[in-house]
Design a protein around this ligand. Structure first.
Ligand code: PLP
Length: 487
C-alpha cells in the first residue's frame, strides 16, 4: 500500500490543501475492518472526515481508482462509498468532473483541534505531545484495580468530595512535595481531569473575579489560549527570551494572571532561570496577580537534577497543575491542581458544579498506585526509555542533518531542532518531508510572531518512537531533502 501517492487536491472554492494530505490516512483503519464490514467502515470514516472538517468543503477527492490503490481495497468499495455519501449530501460529483466534498455539511465541531494529532500511516511521526502508550503498566494497573474494587466499601461509591478523595490528595501531596518540590497541603489539592480542566477552572474563577485577559507564552501551547477563551478570557501573547517569559513585556501588558511552563517551556524547551522565576513572583506580588504553573512534563528530566516547581517558592501566588497524561496516559484524564488558599473555595465550587467530583474508582486506583510505589517505578521506566530515544534523535540529527542545532534536550518529550540554512526555506522543507510521509511540526506553528529569518525550526516529539524508528525517520527526512529538485 502506498501512503504517499495520493494527496487531496483543492477545488476552486478551497483556498489551500495544506495539512490535508494526511486526510486519507484517517481512512486506513477502516481498511483493516473484516471484509464484510469494510465497505460500511470506509463510508463511516469518510463521513466522519467530512463532518469533522478534516476534509473541507470543496476538497476534491482522488479518483476511485487512485484511492482504492492507495488504501489497498477494491475499486468497487470506494465507488460505493462515494455514491452513498453523494446520496447523503456529504459529497457531490459532476459527470466526468470528479468527486468533491459538498458545501452543505457544517463541521460538527468547528475549530476543535485534534489534541493528540497522530499520523497512523506516516513513514515517520515526530509530532509532539504523546508519550509511548505501549509503556502503560497494564499489569500493575489491573492489579491495583482488583485491589481497589475489593477494598472500597459501598458507601465510598457515593458522590465524592469535589476536591477529590482524601486518600488521593494525601498521596499526591506527598508525591509532588517529594518529586517536584511543591508546598502541598492535601487541603489545597484538587483532583481534576488533567491540566486542561485545571486551566478551565482557574479561568472561570478569574473571570468571575472580573478578569478578562490572561498572559500566555509566545511561542506556547495553543491549548492555553483555547481553554481560557472557553472561560471568557482573552489570551495576551508574551514573548520569551532565553531565560523564560519576558517579564518587562508582562509588566507592560497590564494582565494580572499569566500561564507558564517553567520546568520545560512548551514548545521551546527553555528551563526558566532562577532569576526569571524570582522576577515572575515579584511581578505577581506587585500586581496582586497569579502565576499558573503548567508542569505538563516536569517529571522527565534526563541530565541534571529536576528543577523544583515554581510553586514551592510562593504557594500563595502560584497555582500549580500537572497530570498523568505524559507519565501514564492522556486517556486516563487524571490530574491535579494545587490552588492558593485565597482561591480554593471558588475553585472547588466550580469543580463541584462542573461534574460533582472526579470518578471515585479512578481516584482510588491512582492513590493505590502512588502509595505502593508503582507510579515512581513507572516514571523511572519511562525516563530510562525516553532518554535513550532522545539520545537516538540527537545522534541521528547529527549524522543525517549535520550542523543542526538541537535545544531543549535536558527534559521533556520533545526537542527543538534548528537546521542549517541550506535546508530552508521552511515552506519548501515542510512540503518535501510532508510529501515523503514524514509528520513534523514547525516551531512557527506555535507562535503569533512570524519568524524574522528563514531557518527551519522543528519541534520533534520522540517519546512515542522507538530508537530504530527515530533513526529511520531522520534518515528518511534527509533523503527527502536530498531528493528535492534544486531551486
Ligand atoms: C503544555 C501543555 N499543557 C497541557 C496539556 C494538556 O494536558 P492534560 O492532558 O493534562 O489536560 C498539554 C497537552 O499536550 C500540553 O502540551
Amino acid at each position: 500500500m502506498t501512503s504517499s501517492g495520493t494527496n487531496a487536491r483543492t477545488g476552486p472554492d478551497t483556498p489551500s490543501a495544506a495539512g490535508r494530505s494526511g486526510a486519507w490516512e484517517t481512512l486506513l483503519p477502516a481498511v483493516s475492518a473484516p471484509p464484510r464490514a469494510r465497505g460500511r467502515a470506509l463510508q463511516a470514516a469518510l463521513r466522519d472526515a467530512v463532518r469533522s472538517g478534516r476534509l473541507a468543503p470543496g476538497t476534491r477527492l482522488p479518483s476511485s481508482r487512485e484511492l482504492a490503490a492507495d488504501l489497498g481495497v477494491s475499486r468497487g468499495l470506494v465507488t460505493e462509498a462515494y455514491e452513498q455519501l453523494t446520496a447523503e449530501g456529504y459529497l457531490r460529483s459532476g459527470r466526468g468532473a470528479g468527486t468533491w466534498v459538498g458545501g452543505a455539511v457544517r463541521a460538527a465541531l468547528p475549530g476543535v483541534r485534534d489534541l493528540a494529532p497522530r499520523s497512523p500511516g506516516a513513514v515517520a511521526d515526530f509530532l509532539p505531545g504523546t508519550p509511548d502508550l505501549s509503556l502503560f503498566p497494564r499489569a500493575a494497573w489491573s492489579a491495583a484495580e482488583r485491589g481497589v474494587l475489593a477494598e472500597l466499601p459501598h458507601h465510598a461509591l457515593g458522590y465524592p468530595d469535589p476536591r477529590g478523595l482524601p486518600r488521593l490528595r494525601t498521596a499526591l501531596a506527598e508525591l509532588l512535595t517529594r518529586r517536584r518540590g511543591v508546598v502541598a497541603d492535601p487541603e489545597r489539592v484538587v483532583v481534576v481531569s488533567g491540566v486542561a480542566q485545571a486551566t478551565t477552572l482557574l479561568g472561570f474563577v478569574l473571570h468571575a473575579r472580573g478578569m478578562r485577559a490572561v498572559g500566555v507564552e509566545d511561542p506556547g501551547s495553543p491549548e492555553h489560549e483555547t481553554l481560557y477563551a472557553s472561560a471568557g478570557l482573552d489570551a495576551v501573547p508574551l514573548p520569551l527570551d532565553d531565560e523564560g517569559l519576558d517579564t518587562g513585556a508582562l509588566r507592560a501588558s497590564g494582565v494580572r494572571a499569566v500561564v507558564t511552563t517553567p520546568a520545560h517551556q512548551f514548545p521551546t524547551g527553555i528551563a526558566y532561570s532562577a532569576r526569571r522565576r524570582a522576577e515572575l513572583l515579584d511581578w505577581a506580588r506587585a500586581v496582586d496577580g497569579l502565576v499558573v504553573e503548567d508542569d505538563y512534563d516536569g517529571d522527565f528530566r534526563y541530565d541534571r537534577a529536576p528543577v523544583g516547581a515554581l510553586q514551592g517558592l510562593d504557594p500563595e501566588r502560584v497555582a500549580y497543575t500537572g497530570s498523568v497524561s505524559k507519565s501514564l496516559a492522556p486517556g486516563l484524564r487524571l490530574g491535579w491542581l494545587l490552588v492558593p488558599a485565597s482561591m480554593a473555595e471558588e475553585v472547588v465550587e466550580r469543580k463541584r458544579t462542573m461534574d460533582l467530583g472526579h470518578p471515585v474508582i479512578d481516584q482510588a486506583l491512582l492513590a493505590r498506585f502512588v502509595e505502593r510505589g508503582d507510579y515512581d517505578r513507572q516514571l523511572r521506566r519511562c525516563r530510562r526509555e525516553y532518554r535513550l530515544r532522545r539520545d537516538a534523535l540527537v545522534a541521528a540529527l547529527a549524522e543525517h542533518l549535520p550542523g543542526t542545532v538541537v535545544s531543549g534536550i535536558a527534559a521533556g518529550l520533545h526537542v527543538i531542532a534548528a537546521l542549517p540554512a541550506r535546508y530552508g526555506p521552511p515552506e519548501r522543507f515542510l512540503a518535501s518531508v510532508g510529501a515523503a510521509g514524514i509528520a513534523v511540526r514547525a516551531l512557527s506553528s506555535y507562535t503569533r510572531t512570524p519568524p524574522s529569518d528563514d531557518v527551519v525550526r522543528l519541534v520533534l516529539g520522540y517519546a512515542h518512537v522507538s530508537p530504530a524508528r527515530i533513526r529511520e525517520g531522520v534518515g528518511a527526512m534527509a533523503a527527502a531533502i536530498a531528493a528535492r529538485p534544486a531551486g
